[in-house]
Ligand binder design. Structure first.
Ligand code: PXP
Length: 241
């Protein structure tokens, strides 16, 4: 199990004033120096946080895993294949959404992914991960397509308003993780994770590999600094091992 830090919201803060700081690439360097196994960024169609030049600078500077999160548009696939990150996580993207709102609906995207998206990555070294809710049908379709990994959407678990709902969603995540693992795909997870819910998730859900955390981590770093915050998250992950 390892931490990948999503640095989108360092760019959000930078863009709020149109200055060059804080610089997401410098933040990524601090995260890696503090022990993060890699960096995630989401290049959105509207470029609301990460911009194209950030992507090329990250490619040059990140030493660990670089996870390019994106919608499977032709534009993004072209950029991703130029950058050749180790991992590409495909997500649904809605124009009005504040953040990614749920996993891909694999029944809806199957034909397009089979005929256009997966072939576009053939021959590259980029592993493909699909962001999914813990739903057996979606997981099975992802396996049929030949996905290398599934990132389980933990947002519903993270936002559960009471312990019954949280428990119910944890059971779904456990079931999803078992199915993904049995199918031979890597189990990743992310969305809405923080210092309080992360210990619960990793205690219960098996086979977890890359844990992607952004908003809560970057927010906490305003109080604690990025180095200390990253180290606290890593401590939670390594204490479990
Ligand atoms: N994983 C995916 C697929 C996401 O879309 C996001 C949000 O950008 C994250 C992980 C990180 O979520 P958060 O910012 O809530 O930690």
């Amino acid at each position: 199990m390892q931490l990948l830090v999503n640095i989108d919201h360092v760019a959000t803060l930078r863009n709020a004033r149109g200055e060059g700081y804080p610089d997401p690439i410098e933040a990524a360097e601090i995260c890696e120096q503090a022990g993060a196994a890699g960096i995630v960024f989401h290049l959105r169609g509207d470029r609301r946080h990460i911009r194209d030049e950030d992507v090329y600078r990250l490619k040059k500077s990140v030493k660990g895993i670089l996870d390019f999160e994106m919608a499977a548009s032709d534009e993004m696939i072209t950029i991703c294949n130029e950058v050749q990150p180790e991992l590409c996580t495909l997500v649904p993207e809605g124009r009005e959404e504040l953040t990614t709102e749920g996993g891909l609906n694999m029944k809806t995207v199957f034909e397009d992914y089979k005929n256009r998206v997966f072939p576009a990555f053939k021959g590259t070294n980029t592993k493909l991960s699909l962001f999914l809710d813990p739903n057996p049908v979606d997981i099975e379709i992802a396996h049929t397509l030949g996905a290398d990994a599934i990132e389980l959407h933990t947002g519903t678990f993270a936002n559960a308003s009471n312990s019954d709902l949280q428990k119910k969603e944890l059971e779904r995540l456990i079931m999803g993780a078992e199915l993904i693992h049995t199918a031979g795909m890597t189990v990743n997870a992310g969305h809405g994770l923080n210092l309080d819910n992360l210990p619960v998730l990793i205690r219960e859900v098996p086979h977890l590999q890359d844990i992607s955390i952004g908003h809560a981590l970057v927010s906490k770093s305003i109080y604690w600094g990025l180095e200390k915050t990253v180290k606290e998250y890593i401590k939670i992950l390594t204490d479990k091992k």
